[in-house]
Design a protein around this ligand. Sequence first.
Ligand code: GDP
Length: 309
Amino acid sequence: MLENLTQRLSRVVKTIKGEARLTEANTQDMLREVRMALLEADVALPVVRDFIARVKEQALGTEVADSLNPGQALVGVVHKELTGLMGGSDGEFASELSLATQPPAVILMAGLQGAGKTTTTGKLAKWLSEGGHTAKGKKSGKKKTLVVSADVYRPAAIDQLKTVAAQVGVDFFPSDGSQKPEDIARAALDHAKRHYYDILIVDTAGRLGIDEDMMREIRALYDLLNPIETLFVVDAMQGQDAVNVAKAFGDALPLTGVVLTKLDGDARGGAALSVRHVTGKPLKFVGVSEKLDGLEPFHPERMAQRVLG
Ligand code: GDP
């Protein structure tokens, strides 16, 4: 079992009990522990550096309440900072999708192969067609939803989406590997308009790594579809690499949000902080199971807790 941050800091703090303020001297060892904890949680190194600098700035001069020791005071600062960076406390943070537009509202899914795009497309389609509740607990109203796959490179990908759509009971717009992704997108959009769909979710081709062709292709789809939401799907297990992938997608596309998948695995979730840091975009949902009901709104506080251990 990993030691949690409070335990780690209280070990360091034994030597500096009874100090009234957090200072450069008494936080140095503790900040080193915070740094280690974040690295163990797979937060990317440059992100850790920035974060520590911010915490330091916030912490220095902070009065240590009588009931606390300096370690507890610092954990408070770290927790608050981390929650804030990930989008604020649950109460004030809106992870909702913004779908207020002339229907169909298009959601474009972006991410590497294996990140969980197709699965998340199915989960989101289920969520929206059933009127999933938001982070604030409100129901959003049932949406007539259509899904389509523009992944013409892996025929299995189109079949996979078809299966997923059938499982969640939403309409699937057929496509096949001989078509151009843009033609598929255009036809699906036209169909969605003519049949009064509220939502069109477009699943796209991923690659195993960052690839110029992939970025050009998804950018062309973006320009054609003018999506109201462009969601970057990233695997929580990607750890340190998540930062480069997020940067590449964030540079190529005006992302509106992030979905962090596979949080049911043992990843500590450091990728959440890294991705938020490099894209500046809110995490909107987390994937918590292979099953199609395994999608939850993102809760910054819970994620902060998880990252800190
Ligand atoms: P894509 O290539 O981006 O479309 O990725 P897929 O949707 O095919 O997902 C790749 C693998 O990850 C599949 O085996 C999914 O079942 C699995 N997967 C996706 N999301 C989650 C999740 O939140 N939790 C778990 N445990 N597995 C997931």
